[in-house]
Ligand binder design. Structure first.
Ligand SMILES: NC(=O)C1=CN([C@@H]2O[C@H](COP(=O)(O)OP(=O)(O)OC[C@H]3O[C@@H](n4cnc5c(N)ncnc54)[C@H](O)[C@@H]3O)[C@@H](O)[C@H]2O)C=CC1
Ligand SMILES: N[C@@H](CC=O)C(=O)O
Ligand code: NA
Length: 434
């Protein structure tokens, strides 16, 4: 063994705690692999007195209330940022990079908004800024895109990228849990973001998707141009209808290269039962990549939680211990191209539409007339129950339709007096077997 690699760990919550435990369990194995003793010499978190159940694992690590000060400690060679958010975390990462120290972070929010600027800082300093844990938790998908698939032109990357929302959708479908109970359970298990609206509103998946798109296409992604919808409007009724129609509902992020720009969007989708992502359940994530030479491949694994995330953080630390340094997005910052993110209105595809309508003659004819006017062709229509004068659900599955036409039809249908709630629309996507 030649030397040690001294870590400063900022943030000792779910992921930070997982990292401390992993290092305690595998320090010898990691030393053999890297030829260096990886040790934690400094930590920063809010409450020094809190019992985190880490026993003596932190040994004599120096405690800092301020993560920026910790980054400046001369006994810290590498800063591991596991705080989250874009304020203190950003300052700590910048403090490390500006002192020529490499950084490992799990913070997708930070990188989706400031990744290009931070990558430029890391390049200037000649150090690594690694983020495997930020995308799809334990799945080594950043490494796959940056290294394993480097010989390909990537055509598309898509998948289930948020463990919390997948856990909620699976619990609602499998055990009939309510949205609220399933979310509370995901929080208890350490899967959710500090602000869980990031999970359920699709923002966290979009952060990860933007990073995947930058890696896959060597492009700068304007995060604000990404279409984002979450799972709040997916009801137990939609899940039941989906099952009846042979579909599963998943929150999917898609990034596809087209002749007109990049199609980058996050929203719930209905996918056929038995198709590759349909059985990626619970906290698991699934990522499908299409490369021009490798063809399709799919990665699956736990997308959140202490152990899987710590596993990804440690993989990044090992790379740094071994002297591996690659540009954040696979190519140097100056080679990143500006990308046109296409509006979701450019989509063309089938849709599921659920309406709550007054049960009286002529209502379906009014709806069908609007769909006809807007050139939306119906593949099938289901009406359930009989409740004259009251609301009953009607489900329409369309053939391929222009998204803009669908939006116009929904606005007109929603305005009918006989339609009692805003229509629910879920896009139907075909996901081919890898
Ligand atoms: N929980 C998970 O499964 C995953 C989380 N991540 C990311 O990892 C990061 C950390 O997430 P969690 O561990 O879940 O969060 P957490 O909320 O469990 O832990 C955050 C830690 O940061 C500390 N902290 C807060 N403000 C601080 C400050 N000003 N200075 C120093 N420490 C401060 C807190 O005391 C806490 O120890 C986030 O960026 C998150 O998005 C990424 C992948 C999976
Ligand atoms: N909140 C995130 C954590 C991992 O990135 C998720 O649920 O996927
Ligand atoms: Na990962």
């Amino acid at each position: 063994m030649t030397d040690s690699l001294r870590l400063g760990v900022a943030g000792l919550g779910t992921v930070g705690g997982g990292l401390v435990r992993l290092l305690a369990a595998h320090a010898d194995r990691l030393a053999l692999r890297t030829g260096r003793r990886i040790e934690i010499t400094a930590v920063s978190a809010r409450d020094p007195a809190k019992d985190r159940g880490l026993g003596n694992a932190l040994g004599g690590a120096r405690w800092y209330a301020d993560a920026v000060e910790m980054a400046a400690d001369e006994n810290v060679d590498l800063v591991v940022e596991l705080i989250g958010g874009e304020t203190v975390a950003k300052a700590a990462v910048e403090a490390a990079l500006s002192r020529g120290k490499p950084v490992v972070t799990a913070n997708k929010a930070l990188l989706a908004h400031h990744g290009v600027a931070l990558a430029a800082m890391a390049e200037k300093a000649g150090v690594a800024l690694n983020f495997e844990a930020a995308v799809a938790g334990g799945i080594p998908v950043v490494k796959a895109l940056r290294e394993g698939l480097a010989g390909n032109r990537i055509e598309a990357v898509y998948g289930i990228l948020n463990g919390t929302s997948n856990y909620i959708l699976t619990s609602m479908a499998e055990s009939g849990a309510s949205f609220e109970d399933a979310l509370a359970e995901a929080q208890k298990l350490g899967y959710a973001e500090a602000d869980p609206s990031f999970d359920v509103d699709g923002v966290d998946a979009a952060h990860k998707l933007a990073l995947l798109a930058s890696l896959a296409f060597g492009a700068k992604i304007d995060f604000d141009a990404v279409h984002i919808e979450g799972i709040r409007r997916v009801s137990a009724l939609d899940i039941a209808f989906a099952r009846e129609l042979g579909f599963r509902i998943k929150l999917v992020g898609t990034a596809r290269s087209t002749g007109e720009g990049l199609d980058v969007r996050v929203h719930p989708v209905m996918i056929a039962e038995g198709s590759p992502l349909s059985h990626v359940d619970g906290v698991f994530n699934g990522v499908v990549v299409h490369g021009d030479f490798v063809d399709r491949m799919m990665f699956e694994g736990r997308g959140a939680g202490a152990g899987p995330t710590a596993s990804a953080v440690m993989a990044d630390i090992v790379d740094i211990a071994l002297g591996v340094r690659l540009p954040l997005f696979g190519v140097p910052v100056e080679a990143l191209s500006p990308a046109r993110v296409m509006p979701v209105t450019a989509r063309q595809g089938a849709c599921y539409l659920r309406l709550s309508v007054v049960d009286r003659p002529g209502v379906i004819a009014d709806i069908a007339a609007i769909l006809r006017d807007e050139q939306v062709s119906i593949e099938s229509l289901l009406q359930r129950g009989r409740a004259p004068g009251e609301g009953v659900p009607v489900v329409i599955v369309t053939h391929e339709v222009q998204e803009a036409a669908m939006a116009r039809a929904m606005a007109r249908i929603g305005a009918l007096a006989s339609v009692l709630e805003a229509p629910t629309m879920i896009r139907i996507e075909q996901i081919k077997r890898a």
